[in-house]
Design a protein around this ligand. Structure first.
Ligand code: PRP
Length: 211
């Protein structure tokens, strides 16, 4: 039997993902060690391999078949638009993609002004402003701490993830518009879905029972 390989997005989702797999009897002891610098973990008995990758790289591994299965946020799926199947909403990592800014920016959004939008998600921002709102904007790509942009005057608004809302609150910003709801999803390589239909299908059914 060949190994089934899983790519998990590093960070917030990874621990939850392993907890979910544990509930259906898929464990990987090696991975529990917080001090490990190892990148890939093997469950010999079940012929499974797991690795952690930067979230935006997970769809890349899955599209090319280097991973059969991936777990990643809907935000990353929408941003990367890779060829793969999205098979399951895992129900955790729930948050929202929003347009945020100071209260004073609300007017600028209403009146189709040419505003600057800072974001880690340029595709999602473009799709929202150009195709849904029909508003021409300048999109400025950043890599983190997006909330800084309107505070220091880099942009009028941001498109970013809001979970509890405390980052916004502590920085005097507000949700001005909601783009879409987000959560963790399971994605599968298109060839693996055919070749490993039995193993992957069984796993999906077991996951559905515990979600
Ligand atoms: C995310 C997001 C917000 C924050 C929202 O950032 O970009 O900054 O979490 O969470 P909250 O609504 O619960 O405050 P993350 O911590 O992933 O880091 P980043 O700044 O590198 O994007």
């Amino acid at each position: 039997m060949r190994y089934l390989t899983f790519a998990l997005g590093k960070g917030r989702l990874a621990r939850k993902s392993m907890e979910l797999f544990e509930q259906i009897g898929i464990t990987c002891e090696e991975m529990q060690d917080p001090a490990t610098r190892k990148l890939i973990f093997v469950n010999e008995e079940l012929k499974l391999r797991f690795f952690l990758a930067k979230a935006p790289d997970v769809p890349t591994y899955v599209e090319y078949g280097a991973a059969d299965v991936g777990i990643v946020g809907k935000d990353t799926i929408l941003e990367e638009h890779r060829r793969m199947y999205e098979v399951l909403d895992l129900g955790y990592g729930k948050c929202r993609m929003c347009v945020c800014g100071p209260e004073s920016a609300r007017e600028l959004l209403k009146h189709q002004e040419l505003i600057r939008v800072a974001t880690k998600y340029p595709h999602i921002a473009k799709e929202y402003f150009y195709n849904q709102k029909h508003q021409t904007v300048e999109i400025i790509k950043l890599n983190g701490s997006i909330e800084l942009a309107p505070i220091v005057g880099l942009s009028e608004v941001i498109v970013d993830i809001v979970e509890t809302g405390s980052t916004l609150k502590e920085n005097g910003l507000k949700v001005l518009e909601e783009v879409c709801p987000l959560s963790a999803r399971m994605v599968v390589n298109q060839v693996s879905m055919k070749m490993e239909n039995e193993r992957i299908g069984k796993m999906i059914n077991e996951l559905k029972k515990v979600i």
